[in-house]
Ligand binder design. Structure first.
Ligand code: AMP
Length: 541
C-alpha cells in the first residue's frame, strides 16, 4: 500500500519563494570596497528574478554550469538562487586555488560563464584564455579599482540586470534529483574532485541547519558566514538562513579579524561560522568588542583546538560550536551541541566534550571500520577506525567517476579518510586524518591530540605536528610551532610543559619554531606543505 501524500519535489525554488513571500523585510548587509550596502530580501528577490532572465539572455544551456569567483556577498547570494532555480548548476570556484587547479576545475565542470567580483579580476583574468568552455565573464563591480579589460567576452553585471525583465512566474524544478550546485574538493592529493549536490540534498541539508541540535537557525537570527561561499556552500548557511528568514551579514573582500569583529558587533550578529584560523586571528580583539549578541560561533573544517574554544568562553562567555563535515557531506555531518548527559559535568569535562566533533545530525549515519579488515568497530571511545558516512546529502560518487570509486565502500558508504573513536552517545572524536597519523613502533600517535596539547601552552599561537621517517620507530613526530608575538619559548620549555600531558612516547623528537603554519586554500593547516618543507629532516638521535 502506498502513502497518500502529495509528492512535491524537494527543490531550491521553495527556498526562494518562501524567502520572497515571507521575509521580504529582512536585511542583507554586505561590506565592499565601496562601503557597506544594505538591501532587503524583497529587493534581492527582484534581482534574482532579473538574473534568471540574464542567464537565458546569455544563452546558458538548460543545465549549464554557472561559475562564480566571488567573495561572500549579497550578489553571490543572487547567483546561489538564480542558477539552480532556473535548472542551471551553480559552480562556486575557490578563489585561492593555484592557477593550474582553477583552470582544471573550470574546464572539468565545463563552466559556460563565470561571474567575478571586480576585486578578484586580477586573479582570474590571467587564466581566462585557458578556460575552454567559458564564453562570458560577467564582472560584478564591488567598487575595487582593478582594471576591467576591454574584451568582447566581458559584460557588466549591473548593466545586464538593468536590461533584463524580472522573470515573472514561479520557478520550478520538478526533478529533485537534478543537480543544483557543485563544488570541488580542496584536493590535498591529486586533482580536485567534483562533488555534485542535488536539489533534494541541498534542501534536506538546509532543513537540518534549522534543527535545534545543529545550528538552530531561526527567523530572529542575524547570521554572518565567514566561511567562504566557495567552500562547501558556506556550510549550507546561506540556504539555511534564507529558509529560516534570518538577516544575513556578508564580509565581502575584507576578511581581516578587525573587519569581521566590527561587523559582528555593529550588526548584533547572533550566529557566525568559520575555520579555527579565523577565530585564532580574532582572539586578541575580543576584549575591545561587544559581542554579547552572539549565541553560536560555528567552527570546523579542521579540529577546533580546545584552548581556542576555552579562550572564547573565558573572554566572551561563548565557546565554539564544533562541527565536522566535508565537501562530500554537503558538509554538515556532526555537530557538538551540549546534551543532557553533559549536565553535572565539570567545566573541564564539558570543554573536553566540546573539543569532540559531535553527534551525527538526523539522517546522517556514521560507522568506524577497522582499516585492515573493514569490520565495523564498537562505539566505546577506545577503538578507533576509519570514519565512514552515509545519508541523503552525502556524495555517492565524484563527477565523471573521478577517483574510480576508491573512496566508497562496496555497500556505498563514503570513506572519509578521517580516523575517529565514537563514545556510547555517538559523539565522534576525530583522532586524525588517515595520512596525518604518526605511526611510531606499530602504534599510532594522533597529530591532532598532540597539536591540541601544544596549543594549550600560553606562549603558542599555533602548532602543527608531522611525521618524520625514523629508522627504528618507522615515524616520529616533529612539532612545528609558532610563538605568539612578544612571547618566547624554547624547545625544552615546551617539552617540559608537555611531559605531564601526553604519554612519554608521544613527546615530539624535535621542535622547530616557524613564523606561520602554511595554510590550504580554505585556511586549514597544510601539512602537505610542511612535509615538503621538512623533507629529509634529520631528527636528533
Ligand atoms: P573539506 O572537504 O575541504 O571541507 O575537508 C574535509 C576534511 O576536513 C575532513 O575530512 C576532516 O579531515 C577535516 N575536518 C573538517 N571538520 C573538522 C573538524 N571539526 N575536526 C577535525 N577535522 C575536520
Amino acid at each position: 500500500m502506498l502513502g497518500l501524500m502529495q509528492d512535491r519535489p524537494l527543490s531550491l525554488p521553495h527556498v526562494f519563494h518562501r524567502a520572497e513571500r515571507m521575509f521580504g523585510h529582512k536585511r542583507l548587509i554586505t561590506a565592499s570596497p565601496a562601503g557597506e550596502r544594505e538591501t532587503t530580501v524583497a529587493e534581492w528577490a527582484v534581482r534574482v528574478r532579473r538574473l534568471a532572465t540574464v542567464l537565458d539572455d546569455l544563452g546558458v544551456s538548460a543545465d549549464g554550469r554557472v561559475g562564480t569567483f566571488c567573495w561572500n556577498t549579497d550578489r553571490h547570494l543572487e547567483l546561489y538562487l538564480a542558477a539552480p532555480c532556473t535548472g542551471r548548476v551553480l559552480h562556486t570556484l575557490n578563489i585561492r586555488l593555484f592557477p593550474e587547479q582553477l583552470v582544471y576545475v573550470a574546464n572539468h565542470a565545463e563552466d559556460e560563464v563565470v561571474f567575478v567580483d571586480r576585486s578578484l579580476l586580477p586573479v582570474l583574468w590571467p587564466v581566462v584564455d585557458q578556460l575552454e568552455t567559458v564564453r562570458t565573464i560577467v564582472v560584478i563591480d564591488d567598487g575595487a579599482d582593478a582594471e576591467i579589460p576591454s574584451d568582447p567576452r566581458v559584460r557588466d553585471y549591473e548593466e545586464l540586470l538593468a536590461a533584463a525583465e524580472p522573470f515573472a512566474g514561479r520557478f520550478s524544478v520538478e526533478d529533485e534529483n537534478a543537480a543544483a550546485a557543485m563544488c570541488y574538493t580542496s584536493g590535498t592529493t591529486g586533482n580536485p574532485k567534483g562533488v555534485v549536490y542535488s536539489h533534494r540534498s541541498a534542501v534536506l541539508h538546509s532543513m537540518v541547519t534549522l534543527t535545534a541540535d545543529a545550528f538552530g537557525l531561526a527567523e530572529r537570527d542575524v547570521v554572518l558566514p565567514v566561511v567562504p561561499m566557495f567552500h562547501a556552500n558556506a556550510w549550507g548557511i546561506p540556504y539555511g538562513a534564507l529558509l529560516a528568514g534570518c538577516d544575513l551579514v556578508f564580509p565581502g573582500p575584507n576578511m581581516s579579524p578587525a573587519a569581521i569583529a566590527s561587523q559582528l558587533e555593529r550588526h548584533r550578529v547572533t550566529v557566525t561560522g568559520g575555520v579555527p584560523t579565523i577565530w585564532m586571528g580574532m582572539r586578541p580583539l575580543l576584549a575591545d568588542h561587544d559581542l554579547s549578541a552572539l549565541r553560536a560561533i560555528i567552527c570546523g573544517g579542521s579540529a577546533v583546538p580546545r584552548a581556542l574554544s576555552e579562550a572564547y568562553r573565558e573572554a566572551i562567555g561563548l565557546p565554539m560550536l564544533h562541527a565536522w563535515g566535508m565537501t562530500e557531506t554537503s558538509p554538515i555531518a556532526t555537530v557538538s551541541t551540549p546534551r543532557s548527559h553533559h549536565a553535572g559535568w565539570t567545566e573541564d569535562q564539558r570543554a573536553d566534550a566540546r573539543a569532540r566533533q559531535g553527534q551525527a545530525v538526523p539522517f546522517v549515519e556514521l560507522r568506524i571500520a577497522d582499516p585492515d579488515t573493514g569490520e565495523e568497530m564498537p562505539w566505546d571511545d577506545e577503538a578507533s577506525g576509519e570514519l565512514q558516512a552515509a545519508g541523503p546529502w552525502i556524495a555517492a560518487e565524484y563527477y565523471r567517476g573521478e577517483g574510480g570509486g576508491a573512496q566508497f565502500t562496496a555497500d556505498g558508504w563514503l570513506k572519509t579518510g578521517d580516523v575517529a573513536a565514537v563514545d556510547r552517545w555517538g559523539f565522534v572524536r576525530l583522532v586524525d586524518r588517515t595520512k596525518d597519523l604518526v605511526k611510531s613502533g606499530g602504534e599510532w600517535i594522533s597529530s591532532v591530540d598532540l597539536e591540541n596539547e601544544i596549543m594549550a601552552h600560553p606562549a603558542v599561537a599555533e602548532a602543527a605536528v608531522i611525521a618524520i621517517p625514523h629508522e627504528k620507530w618507522t615515524e616520529r613526530p616533529l612539532a612545528c610551532v609558532v610563538v605568539k608575538p612578544g612571547e618566547s619559548l624554547t624547545a625544552d620549555e615546551l617539552l617540559e610543559f608537555l611531559a605531564p600531558r601526553v604519554a612519554k612516547w608521544w613527546l615530539p623528537d624535535a621542535v622547530e619554531f616557524i613564523d606561520e603554519v602554511p595554510k590550504t586554500s580554505v585556511g586549514k593547516f597544510s601539512k602537505k606543505t610542511l612535509r615538503e618543507k621538512f623533507d629529509g629532516y634529520s631528527l636528533p638521535s
